[in-house]
Design a protein around this ligand. Structure first.
Ligand code: ADP
Length: 623
């Protein structure tokens, strides 16, 4: 990634402000509780600094018991009150901040869910998201850090303001004229000089530290690459889906190659180790040294002024504590501001992701909830090219089908069958032509509403490590009777009856040690049950029997009419024998519909694609 050292402070603050507003909008109580808690904790220490100074002053001067008693009582009462309010604020803050990391994550998840499928499908989107996650997990950079930076910034501002209030009299109080050479400390120019030196030293330390931190932002490319490598190789061993290959091919040795690479950015010979030994380390050391000098100057000035008689011992504690807090505050302010600037480069990536436009959500028509389920879909001259592809995956497709029909879509691999379904469900919009639902372009419908009329079992469906019932119902509110009925219809009844906990059985063992592992075929049956449960007017099965054994396949076919009921069923298959029962068969070839008709009509056309496919498969099966 480009080195963004050139980003101006203004841009950096703008992007940080945008981030905090975004977090506030998503979780207002979380942000408010953090900020109020921070302001409170920055100001309260001054109460005890002020009161302690008064007590010491009283002890070292008049020693009036009545005054001392009152001061002690006020100190005790105020400490108790502060502690009580602090506890209440902390409780509020803790309850609001619980799961803060996940609250930030939700923003990304929500964006991903709302995003046009075309963007979700784009590898660039995933690369960007994975970079954002790596920045977060590797160096803590990104959205989550914004909260800490604002906390630090506010804490430092209020600390400095509180400290300055208690320090003003250090500069305004005069040493007696009788104190000889010390009267120079009453000179305005001298005071100004001291203030300037103090401020300069106070600013230099954190600036050096920020300069050291900026090497992270400068080397964001190396940082990201290394995190990606770690993110990939570091967790390969945990992945169940590759556990067999890892053993058979000893792929652990492959991963080890990465593990032992000392040149990796974070390893002993990597860029960050070199920087730590070189400029980064030097800058950090210089920053620490300058801080010590700054403390020294404060001590010398306060003690000399007291020695010369400007104020008593009690005030020494007040000034030293307050000035240390002010210098600490300034230092924290500069670090927080610098960190915000460094983090801005990472926030740019966050917003690049969050700003990916959603174009599919512009429609507003509601899909008529027809009791008779009388829907008609028409593809009119539809062509489609995948983003970045040179050739059309579909070209000039014209198809019309009514509800209640059984449509089979057949064709060789790559002929466009799945693409056709993805367009029908509006995962993509056509590049040319239009798709109509009851005569209206589907782009005019509300997107989510339109999605509700489809139940699809894609080839690459996924089940969750949740209960069987939750998987079928796609939620935690389950109509148990219906779920069992759907599982039975999908051919899972027998296996279900063997399960002690029925539909409350967990799938896989991730969250329950009694969870069950299911075979590919069984998983497909559960996915089919999920589609039936949704009870949408259209049910689409993409190669529904690919993972089923011949017995299970025959069972699904025999029940297919029952499964589809009064719905429109679209059925994709390479196996032509499984499509015979459909009312109509659309034959796809190289992205076009080359034939349509019933099985007997199509097989009679001996020059057609269907006949060719039918014969090829017949030979294959008889062989
Ligand atoms: P089928 O379902 O008939 O096997 P597909 O609809 O999956 O065929 O694919 C049709 C064509 O589109 C193929 O040439 C395939 O390589 C291409 N294709 C499918 N998905 C994508 C994608 N996400 N990006 C680019 N090309 C794709």
């Amino acid at each position: 990634m480009k080195n963004k050292q050139g980003m101006s402070w203004r841009t950096a603050f703008k992007i940080n402000n945008r981030a905090i507003s975004l977090l506030y909008k998503a979780h207002p109580q979380m942000v408010l509780s953090k900020l109020i808690s921070i302001i409170w904790s920055s100001l309260t220490p001054y109460v005890s600094i002020y009161l302690s100074a008064l007590i010491i002053e009283e002890l070292s001067t008049s020693r009036n018991p009545e005054t001392l008693k009152n001061l002690v009582l006020i100190t005790l009462a105020s400490s108790a009150l502060i502690a009580l309010i602090s506890a209440l604020i902390t409780k509020w803050n803790n309850s609001q901040s619980a799961g803060m990391y996940f609250k930030c994550e939700q923003i990304f998840t929500k964006k991903l869910l709302d995003m046009d499928f075309i963007s979700v499908d784009d590898t660039k989107t995933h690369e960007l998201l994975s970079q954002i996650r790596q920045n977060q997990n590797g160096g803590g950079w990104g959205l989550y850090r914004v909260i800490y930076n604002y906390e630090n910034l506010l804490y430092s501002i209020f600390t400095v303001l509180g400290g300055i209030t208690l320090t003003i009299s250090l500069f305004t109080s005069k040493v007696p004229e009788s104190s000889g050479g010390y009267v120079i400390m009453n000179n305005t120019l001298f005071i100004l000089l001291v203030v300037i030196v103090m401020l300069a030293v106070t600013f230099i330390a954190p600036s050096l530290s920020n300069k050291a931190g900026s090497y992270w932002a400068k080397n964001v490319g190396a940082h990201n690459l290394s995190n990606r490598l770690f993110g990939y190789f570091g967790f390969l061993g945990y992945k169940r889906e590759i556990a067999t290959d890892v053993r058979i091919y000893r792929q652990d040795l492959l991963c080890n190659k990465y593990e032992v690479n000392k040149d990796d950015a974070f390893r002993s010979k990597g860029i960050f180790a070199k920087l730590a030994k070189g400029p980064m380390g030097l800058l950090q050391a210089a920053s620490a040294a300058v801080s010590v000098v700054s403390t020294g100057i404060v001590y010398v000035f306060v003690c000399l002024k007291s020695w010369a008689g400007a104020f008593g011992v009690g005030m020494i504690t007040q000034y030293i504590s307050s000035i240390s807090k002010v210098t600490g505050g300034v230092s924290q302010f500069v670090s927080a501001a610098g960190d915000m600037k460094n983090n801005a480069v990472f926030l740019e990536q966050v917003f690049k992701f969050l700003d990916i436009p959603n174009t599919m959500y512009q429609g507003s028509l509601t899909v008529e909830k027809r009791r008779d389920r009388d829907y008609e879909v028409e593809f009119r001259n539809v062509s489609f090219k995948y983003p970045g592809a040179d050739t059309f995956a579909l070209s000039g497709v014209n198809i019309k089908f009514k509800v209640g029909e059984r449509l089979a879509v057949v064709g060789m691999n790559g002929s466009g069958k799945t693409t056709f379904i993805k367009l029908l469900c509006r995962l993509y919009d056509p590049t040319e032509g239009e798709i109509l639902l009851n005569g209206i372009d589907i782009r005019k419908y509300d997107y989510l509403d339109y999605m509700m009329i489809f139940s699809v079992v894609f080839q690459d469906f996924k089940l969750f490590s949740l209960t069987l019932g939750e998987n079928v119902a796609s939620g935690s509110k389950i109509n148990e009777e219906l779920a069992v009925d759907c599982l039975q219809k999908a051919g899972f009844g027998e296996r279900l009856s063997e399960m002690e906990n029925g539909i409350h059985t967990y799938l896989y063992k991730d969250y329950d040690k009694n969870g069950v592992n299911v075979s590919g075929g069984e998983a497909q049956k559960i996915a089919i049950a999920r589609a039936i449960y949704k009870d949408a007017p259209f049910i689409v099965l993409d190669e529904p029997t690919a993972a089923l054994d011949p017995m299970a396949e025959a069972e699904i076919y025999s029940k297919f009419n029952d499964i589809a009921g009064d719905k429109t069923a679209i059925y994709i298959s390479h196996r032509l024998s499984s499509c015979k029962f459909c009312d109509e068969i659309a034959v796809f070839d190289h992205g076009s519909v080359v034939q349509m008709g019933t099985h007997s009509e199509l097989v009679a056309d001996t020059n057609g694609k269907y006949f060719e496919l039918w014969n090829a498969q017949a030979q294959y099966y008889t062989a």
